[in-house]
Design a protein around this ligand. Structure first.
Ligand code: SF4
Ligand code: SF4
Length: 293
């Protein structure tokens, strides 16, 4: 008995010595900037940066030269500037984004296939014939996106999810859980947007929804900036090209849409026009001497 106890004690002592030596030999000194970046981040652990949480992003941005300092959407430009300073990198210049719901089924009077009586979940209802709505690109309205939003930026109203622009930090969690893929990130400055995501053909859309995009392509033809495409049956807007072209087009795509489903984001359009007018006014005095020369 005594021999067994002494043997165990000896084994324990040897193991502790081996571990102690190993911890000294293999010790990797942690860069103190990782902790500083962790402290600068908001601690939301939302995953919007593409990493498992704030600590994982902090380690990556310090250790990997290819990881940008501007990935923390929850922290915004101020946090990005601080992270850039700590990491010795350029501050990110990404265009701020916001979640956008591409469906207005309340206006479309979408037909029902059946009355759903299952779990209070979009994912569960989508398992049964793509959900109870005749359009499989509609907002199912059970709020799976609302449940995963850590920033209380989403809520349901009359069976449609709504997004609070003051609270959305564009972490993208909602986009990932929507079974019908109707949520997407768009630039906050987006001037126009299609409020429908259907991939169905014209006749099928007209049969189920009074508002849906019928993919007639009139907007594509009218856009002088070639900023609209209908690849794979879905109207897509290249917001960078749209914004770069400027207000001269007078949003011809919006007027061309026979279903009024391609719409103006009014506030952004007004801002863009004001910016263009200010830029023109600022440039005018420089042009004056040339004209007189
Ligand atoms: S947007 Fe998608 S996840 Fe959110 S309520 Fe609608 S169907 Fe459900
Ligand atoms: S056709 Fe478009 S607007 Fe109508 S329910 Fe389907 S996705 Fe929504």
């Amino acid at each position: 008995m005594l021999t067994s106890v002494l043997s165990l004690l000896a084994l324990g002592f040897i193991a502790s010595v081996v571990l102690s030596v190993a911890s000294r030999v293999f010790y990797v000194e942690e860069d103190p900037r990782v902790e500083a970046v962790s402290e600068a981040l908001p601690g939301a652990n939302c995953g919007g940066c593409g990493f498992a949480g704030c600590d994982a992003y902090a380690a990556a941005v310090i250790q990997d030269p290819s990881v940008s300092a501007g990935l923390c959407c929850a922290g915004g430009p101020e946090v990005s500037a601080r992270v850039a300073e700590l990491a010795g990198k350029a501050a990110g210049s990404a265009d701020p984004q916001i979640s956008f719901r591409r469906c207005v089924k309340d206006e479309g009077k979408v037909k029902k296939k059946y009355e759903y009586q299952g779990l209070d979940s979009c994912a569960a209802s989508a398992q049964l014939e793509d959900g109870p709505d005749a359009c499989k690109y509609s907002c199912l309205g059970f709020g799976d996106c609302v449940k995963v939003c850590n920033f209380n930026a989403m809520y349901l109203e009359n069976g449609l999810v709504q997004i609070d622009p003051d609270k959305c930090v564009a972490c993208g969690a909602c986009v990932g859980v929507c079974p019908n893929k109707i949520l997407e990130m768009i630039p906050r400055r987006a001037r126009v947007q299609v409020f429908c995501s259907t991939l169905d053909k014209m006749k099928d859309v007209m049969n189920v929804c009074e508002a849906g995009c019928i993919n007639c392509g009139k907007c594509v033809k009218k856009c002088p900036a070639q900023a609209i495409s209908n690849a794979e049956g879905n109207i897509r807007i290249d917001h960078a090209a749209c914004l770069a072209y400027g207000p001269e087009c007078e949003e011809a795509c919006v007027d061309a849409c026979p279903r009024s489903i391609l719409r103006l984001m009014c506030h952004n359009s007004v801002t863009l026009k004001a910016e263009a007018a200010a830029a023109a006014a600022a440039a005018a005095p420089e042009q004056q001497p040339q004209a007189n020369a």
